[in-house]
Every structure is written in structure tokens, then in C-alpha cells.
Design a protein around this ligand. Structure first.
Ligand SMILES: [Zn+2]
Ligand SMILES: [Zn+2]
Length: 340
């Protein structure tokens, strides 16, 4: 089979490998769709540590091609989405219910071989059956959606709130939709890209902001009163600081975009005091994968328009080098084109 192997910083190669055999408790997934995530780019560029050689790709869905001994929950042919984050269940955080803080966390596509391959070995506990109406492409979005669902739980949007989402990539577009489903009174999305702003409007955002042209907090501006929840979905120092500036009194600021570890943000503690702000983070997807799939199955949330580019495994090294461009989400199809 073909597999995209991360071999060191800036070095990703599509290699020929034998199809692995599932051990007890494992299944072999034929990968039908695997999304490119910011994390893949960070790994490729050496911002995140991982131990090469490893097949990267952690946002994937596919069909069960084989099951190992002791697997009774799933059968050959079943369609599944994969939760890549494997918890130990034994460490201190795991025993306190904080599995996403697991000290021995191992992630498919980061620490061990993942989804940028024709086939992937997955523990059966990490597989979630796709609802019938959910396509493989949508299934590949289950992981980022599950992370957003956790973030939205922590952001605490209340009915009627004004919610500002900074960044209209795939995450921002999902967050804006989730805010609306939470009952937000007004959802504003900020992004310098006209195409992304258009997409946000088409997916239900009430207003969009070009942050290079407009300061919404100026007198008479659209966020003069601030937003009750601000969701930062970029991960840059500028937008992290902006999120605090845009917050209303007593607001929650969610710093959701992943930043490089050395990044620092300049924030006025006095502003946090004066406005009594809550600034918080959200880490991966504890117990939210099933909810993400339920949402996809409901049709209340739309992810397919976010996938503006489909590519082959061979194209992956080039795509990681050039960056996402204007594409909110690029999905690799390791087993060739899909019907939908
Ligand atoms: Zn991801
Ligand atoms: Zn643990």
C-alpha cells in the first residue's frame, strides 16, 4: 500500500509498505478520506515534536477492511470515523475524568501511524460508526468538529449572546455554526479573505468583518459593546490579543487556534480586570466524538462546503510545503475519488 511517511523536518515521502494485519482489539481501516490539519503542517515544519518515521494524518474516515481477534463490535464493510486520540485510562488525569490531559496520550497520525495511507490500523475503541447519511468526506471532519464541540462547551454561549469568531478557516466556520445552534443572537465572523467571509455568510453567519479594513470596536462600530463570547480560531499573537479587545464585560474569550509553544501574547491584565473576563483554552475532544457524529447525522451542521480541495497521497508533500492558501480544508483521498 501507499503511505505518506514523515521522515524528519520538511521530509515527507510517499512510500510503498505492506498492508498491516490487525492484532487483537484492532481493525484495519481502508482510508477513504483524511483531512489536512494545521497540526500536520506544524509536524512537517518541526514546530511539534514527534518521532519519525511515522505516517501522519489524524482526521480520517473509511471502511473496515479486516478485524482482529476479539473484535465483535465492528464488521468488515462498516463505515467509520476515527478518533485519533488514545488515552491510557490509568494515569492521574485519566482517573479524574480528564482523559484529554492523559500523561500517556498517543495519537494516531502524530505518535503512531495514521491516516495518510491506503490502510490504517486502529484500535476498535477509536472507531465510531458513521450515520448512514454521513459521507466519508464529512466523516473526515468528525475529529475537528469534535474538538470544536468541546470548545463550544467551554465557551458557554447563552441564548441571545453576541458571538464573534476570529478566523474563517474550517474551525472558524464550524464554530460560527455551532454558536448559532447554541442560540446566539448574533454571530459575527472576521477574516481578511473575501472568499472565506462569503462562505461564512452562506453558512449562516449574521455579519462578517474584514479586520484589515475595519475596527469593529471603534465608536459606532459593530462591536462597540463587545461580544459576549469571542472565539479565536487562528492561533496568531495578533488575533489572540484582538479577541481580548473585542470582548464585552464579563465575556468569555476562547483561545482555540493552536499556537507554536514559544508564542507570546501581549494582553492588558487591567483590561481583563476591568471587564472581568474569562480567558480559556480547549484541548482536543474528550467524549465529544459521538456528539460530533450525531450533529453530522442530523444535517444541522454543514461541513462539505469547507472541503474546497481534494487531492491524492502523491500531492500531499507539495501541499504541506505550499500551505493551505484560501482552502479552509483539503482532504486527501488515499483510495481514489469518491462518489460524494
Ligand atoms: Zn486536526
Ligand atoms: Zn492517561
Amino acid at each position: 500500500m501507499q503511505a505518506a511517511v514523515f521522515r524528519g523536518v520538511g521530509d515527507l515521502a510517499v512510500e510503498q509498505r505492506p498492508v498491516p494485519q490487525p492484532a487483537a482489539g484492532e481493525v484495519l481501516v481502508q482510508v477513504m478520506a483524511c483531512g489536512i490539519c494545521g497540526t500536520d503542517r506544524h509536524i512537517f515544519h518541526g514546530d511539534f515534536e514527534t518521532r519519525p518515521p511515522v505516517v501522519i494524518g489524524h482526521e480520517y474516515a473509511g471502511r473496515i477492511a479486516a478485524v482482529g481477534p476479539l473484535v465483535t463490535e465492528l464488521h468488515v464493510g462498516d463505515r467509520v470515523a476515527v478518533d485519533p486520540n488514545i488515552y491510557c485510562g490509568k494515569c492521574g488525569p485519566c482517573r479524574r475524568g480528564q482523559i484529554h490531559m492523559c500523561r500517556n496520550l498517543v495519537a494516531l497520525g502524530v505518535d503512531i501511524d495514521g491516516g495518510f495511507a491506503e490502510y490504517s490500523l486502529v484500535p476498535v475503541s477509536q472507531c465510531f460508526a458513521l450515520p448512514e447519511s454521513v459521507t466519508f468526506l464529512e466523516g473526515a471532519m468528525a475529529e475537528p468538529l469534535a474538538c470544536c464541540v468541546h470548545g463550544m462547551d467551554l465557551a458557554g454561549v447563552r441564548s441571545g449572546d453576541t458571538v464573534a469568531v476570529i478566523g474563517a478557516g474550517a474551525i472558524g466556520q464550524i464554530m460560527a455554526q455551532l454558536a448559532r445552534l447554541q442560540g446566539a443572537g448574533r454571530v459575527l465572523v472576521s477574516d481578511p479573505s473575501p472568499a472565506r467571509r462569503e462562505l461564512a455568510l452562506s453558512l449562516g453567519a449574521d455579519e462578517v468583518i474584514d479586520p484589515l479594513q475595519e475596527d469593529p470596536t471603534r465608536p459606532g462600530g459593530r462591536l462597540e459593546q463587545g461580544a459576549h463570547v469571542v472565539i479565536e480560531a487562528v492561533g496568531s499573537a495578533v488575533t489572540n490579543a484582538q479577541a481580548v479587545e473585542w470582548a464585552a464585560p464579563a465575556a468569555t474569550v476562547l483561545w482555540f487556534g493552536v499556537t507554536p509553544p514559544e508564542q507570546r501574547v501581549s494582553v492588558s491584565p487591567n483590561l481583563v480586570f476591568q471587564k472581568e473576563l474569562t480567558i480559556r483554552g480547549a484541548r482536543i475532544n474528550p467524549y465529544t466524538h459521538a456528539r460530533a457524529l450525531a450533529l453530522l447525522g442530523s444535517g444541522r451542521l454543514t461541513v462539505t462546503p469547507l472541503i474546497t480541495q481534494r487531492a491524492t497521497l502523491d500531492q500531499l508533500p507539495g501541499l504541506l510545503t505550499t500551505g493551505p492558501g484560501d482552502h479552509p480544508k483539503t482532504v486527501i483521498l488515499p483510495n481514489g475519488p469518491l462518489e460524494s
